[in-house]
Design a protein around this ligand. Structure first.
Ligand code: FIX
Ligand code: ZN
Length: 437
C-alpha cells in the first residue's frame, strides 16, 4: 500500500522553496532553527511601551534603561546608598549611581545588567566606559521615529502590544484626542484599578459619569459594562488584562470577583476579547524601593481552574509569576482549551528559568502556548530581551527536533517555520483576531 509521506510531495506541488521542504539531517537542524528564529518577526504580546503619539509616556535612552526597577533593586544590594537618598537624586544622577555601582565597581553579570551591555553593544557604544557621556550623547541624538523603527527591527519584533490604563489621566488625554495611529502598536485594556483597586478608584468612574458605588452594588455592574464598552470603542483593545496577587481566589465574596464575573468576563464575551490574568505578585513587600519593591508568591491555581470551567466561552491568557506554579499551569492548559499559557513573566524572565519552563511547556503542550513577552518598560530593552529569548529557544527547539529526528521523524525547514510562527505569532493572532485588524 502506497503511503503518502512528506518525502513523496514535490516542493513544486506546494510552490515552496525546494530546500525548505528538504528533510534535515541531525547536524543541519541547529542552523535551520537559528535561521528561522532570526528571520521570523515576533509579536510582543505584553509591554509597557507606548506608541509615539503617547509622547513622554514612552521611555527610551540610557538614563531610563539604567533606572529600570530591576536595576534599582540590584543597586541597593551593591551600594551603600539608601533608598530615601536615591529618590532625592535627579534621573541622571540616579543613572550615574547605578552605572558606577553595577557596571564600574562590579561586573555586570546579572540578567538585567547584561541587558544594558547588549544594548550598548547593539549600537556600537563602549560597554565599559567610566561614565555615561558617550551613551547620553548618542541616545539624545536619535530621531524618535527612526530610532523606534530601528530598535524594533534589531529586536525582530513587528507588533508591540501596550498596557493601557483607562483611568490614567495622561493616557486618557491621548485616547480622547485621536488615540492610537501607529500600526505597529496595539492596545490592551488594563483593569487593575477597576478590579482590585476598586475601593480607591471607583470615584474616578463616577467622575466620568458612570453611576457606580463603593460596593459595586445596584446598577454599578451595568455602568461598569458601559465603561468597558466605551473604552473598547475608543481603544479597540486586543484583550483585557489584570495582574493579581498570589492570594487571588475564585470564587469568593470580594468586589474583585463580583466585577470580574458580572462585568469584565461578560464584556469580554460581548466584544470577543480574551482576558489576560497575570497572577502571583506580592505588591510592595518593600515600599521603600517603589516599583522595585514588588515580590512574588505561589498562587492557588484552583482559581484559574474554576474560572476556565465556569466561563467556557471566555478565553484566558494566563502568566504566573511564581516558578512553583508553572507545572500546574501546563497541566491545567491540557484540561482547558480556553486557557493559553504565555510568557516567562518578570522574575521568571531569566535564561535558566525560561529554558526550564519552555522545555516543560513543549513536552506537555507541543506548540499550543506563547513562550514569551518582553514586559519592556524602556524601548531599547526589547533588543536584549528578545535576543535572549531567541538564544534560549534555539537551544530548546534544536534539542527537541533532534530528539524527534532520533525518534524516527525527520523535520524540514518548513516544519520549523510553521512551529516558530505558531509560537510567536499565530497562537496570539488567532486568540485576539490581530490579523483581522
Ligand atoms: O503587572 C505588570 O504588568 C508587571 O509586568 C509590572 O508591574 C512589573 O513592574 C514589571 O515591569 C515586570 O517586568
Ligand atoms: Zn508588565
Amino acid at each position: 500500500m502506497a503511503v503518502h509521506t512528506r518525502a513523496s510531495i514535490r516542493p513544486s506541488d506546494l510552490n515552496i522553496e525546494p530546500s525548505s521542504a528538504a528533510l534535515l539531517s541531525g547536524e543541519q537542524i541547529q542552523s535551520a532553527v537559528e535561521g528561522v528564529l532570526s528571520s521570523t518577526e515576533f509579536i510582543d504580546i505584553h509591554t509597557h511601551l507606548f506608541a509615539p503619539e503617547f509622547g513622554n509616556l514612552g521611555l527610551r535612552g540610557i538614563d531610563e534603561l539604567l533606572t529600570y526597577h530591576y536595576l534599582e533593586a540590584e543597586l541597593f544590594r551593591s551600594s551603600p546608598i539608601r533608598p530615601e537618598q536615591y529618590w532625592t537624586l535627579s534621573k541622571q544622577e540616579q543613572a550615574d549611581a547605578i552605572w558606577r555601582a553595577l557596571f564600574v565597581e562590579n561586573s555586570p553579570i546579572s540578567e538585567a545588567t547584561r541587558g544594558i551591555v547588549a544594548v550598548l553593544q547593539a549600537f556600537g557604544l563602549s560597554t565599559d566606559a567610566f561614565d555615561l557621556r558617550e551613551a547620553r550623547a548618542f541616545f539624545e541624538a536619535q530621531p524618535v521615529e527612526a530610532h523606534l523603527r530601528r530598535v524594533l527591527k534589531l529586536a525582530g519584533v513587528n507588533a508591540v502590544v501596550m498596557t493601557n490604563d483607562p483611568l490614567d489621566p495622561a493616557e486618557s488625554r491621548v485616547w480622547e484626542n485621536g488615540g492610537l495611529k501607529d500600526r505597529q502598536f496595539h492596545a490592551v485594556l488594563r483593569l487593575d484599578r477597576v478590579l482590585w483597586g476598586w475601593s480607591s478608584h471607583w470615584k474616578l468612574l463616577a467622575s466620568q459619569g458612570y453611576a457606580v458605588d463603593e460596593r459595586a452594588s445596584g446598577n454599578s455592574v451595568n455602568e461598569i459594562r458601559r465603561f468597558l464598552a466605551d473604552w473598547c470603542a475608543r481603544m479597540r483593545p486586543l484583550y483585557m488584562a489584570v495582574s493579581l496577587e498570589d492570594t487571588f481566589r475564585f470564587p469568593d465574596e470580594s468586589v474583585t470577583n463580583k466585577i470580574l464575573t458580572e462585568a469584565v468576563l461578560p464584556s469580554c464575551q460581548e466584544f470577543d476579547r480574551p482576558m489576560s490574568l497575570m497572577i502571583g505578585v506580592r505588591r510592595q513587600v518593600n515600599p521603600a524601593i517603589r516599583l522595585a519593591g514588588d515580590g512574588v508568591g505561589r498562587a492557588d491555581l484552583r482559581a484559574v481552574e474554576n474560572l476556565c470551567r465556569s466561563f467556557p466561552a471566555n478565553r484566558f491568557l494566563v502568566s504566573m509569576l511564581s516558578r512553583e506554579n508553572q507545572h500546574e499551569l501546563c497541566v491545567y492548559a491540557r484540561k482547558f482549551s480556553n486557557l493559553m499559557p504565555f510568557g516567562c513573566w518578570w522574575f521568571m524572565n531569566n535564561t535558566s528559568v525560561v529554558e526550564e519552563i519552555t522545555r516543560e511547556r513543549i513536552e506537555m503542550l507541543g506548540t499550543s502556548f506563547i513562550p514569551q513577552h518582553s514586559d519592556a518598560r524602556v524601548l531599547e530593552q526589547v533588543i536584549y530581551k528578545w535576543r535572549n529569548t531567541r538564544v534560549t529557544l534555539a537551544k530548546v527547539l534544536g534539542d527537541t527536533y533532534r530528539s524527534l529526528n532520533a525518534d524516527g521523524r525527520a523535520v524540514t525547514r518548513l516544519d520549523i517555520q510553521r512551529d516558530v510562527k505558531r509560537l510567536f505569532r499565530t497562537n496570539f493572532e488567532q486568540w485576539t483576531g490581530l490579523q483581522r485588524g
